[in-house]
Ligand binder design. Structure first.
Ligand code: FMN
Length: 268
């Protein structure tokens, strides 16, 4: 349990900790101060109490990196809607890559952004495996292609047979890195998707391109044997992306249909 209590030297009794978390903070009338109580160790360590306390009076341990920057108080000052909208709408699935590995430091930056993605009840069980060995990527691509050919899905069958014959990687598109998100927690489906999405957006800020590879995810998650033999991953595979320096340039943003919405017209 990383929250240890309250530093009363710093606490000014503003009670914002209660506002951040009514579960484990309360005002004790007899003691005439705020107290932190979690007798059953139920606190999920979301850290909101630490982040909201202006006097930095929450005592904690093992929280790892704690970012403090002024804009955290008002994140809208960091990026405008127009820039964000352009940045997100210009994010394309990239399927052509330079034959260049991404520096470890940049992959670490991607992971460092992914770790800030929200997770249900702040349960942090996601793990990531990055495959960067070209031969291993090729081997896994071949196995995934074989599995899809064997399933005889009309959408892929003939194309994949041709691709195999000519040695074309229709799964990982010769990407320098394959990133797989996985865990032992059966509740991580949404958490993993959000985290990978954070990672892909972060990658774009570093000049990297990426693409979801649902085909590889489908094959890995339906065959424990392939999963363990070719990725070494135990547990549940939740998502697969490729990542690297793009060779593809998009000159414009393709149109997308509006999301069908109810309840907007009646608003001002
Ligand atoms: C869940 C999911 C699975 C996907 N699987 C694949 C895949 O296996 N191979 C691939 O080349 N693209 C895959 N894509 C990329 C989609 O084809 C792509 O997002 C879509 O065509 C829209 O293009 P855009 O991402 O450039 O806007 C996947 C995308 C998502 C969201």
């Amino acid at each position: 349990m990383p929250i240890l209590g309250i530093d009363y030297e710093k606490c000014n009794d503003c009670q914002i900790c209660y506002n951040a978390c009514y579960r484990y903070f309360r005002r004790d009338k007899e003691l005439n101060k705020m107290v932190f109580e979690d007798p059953n160790n139920l606190c999920d360590s979301c850290g909101r109490c630490i982040a909201r306390c202006k006097s930095d009076a929450i005592l904690y341990e093992n929280f790892g990196e704690f970012l403090t920057f002024e804009e955290a108080q008002n994140p809208s000052t960091l990026i405008s809607y127009d820039n964000m909208h352009k940045f997100m709408s210009a994010k394309r699935s990239i399927r052509g890559f330079k034959k260049k590995k991404v520096p470890k430091a940049d992959l670490k930056k991607v992971l460092d952004t992914m770790k800030y993605a929200p997770t249900g009840a702040n349960i942090r069980t996601l793990e990531c495996t990055i495959i960067s060995d070209n031969e291993k990527i090729k081997e896994l691509s071949g196995v995934v292609m074989d599995a899809i050919i064997a399933s005889r899905l009309p959408r892929y069958y003939e194309n994949f047979i041709k691709a195999k014959k000519y040695g074309i990687d229709t799964i990982f598109h010769n990407a320098p890195h394959v990133m797989i998100i996985h865990s032992e927690n059966p509740g991580d489906a949404m958490n993993s998707t959000i985290a990978l999405t954070y990672g892909m957006l972060c990658a774009q800020t570093l000049g990297l391109g990426s693409c979801w590879i649902g085909l590889a995810h489908g094959v890995l998650s339906s065959s424990k044997e392939i999963q363990e033999k070719y990725t070494g991953i135990q547990g549940i595979v939740w998502g697969v992306i490729i990542i690297g320096y793009p060779t593809q340039i998009y000159y414009r943003v393709p149109p997308r249909p509006d999301i069908k919405t109810k309840g907007l017209e009646e608003l001002e």
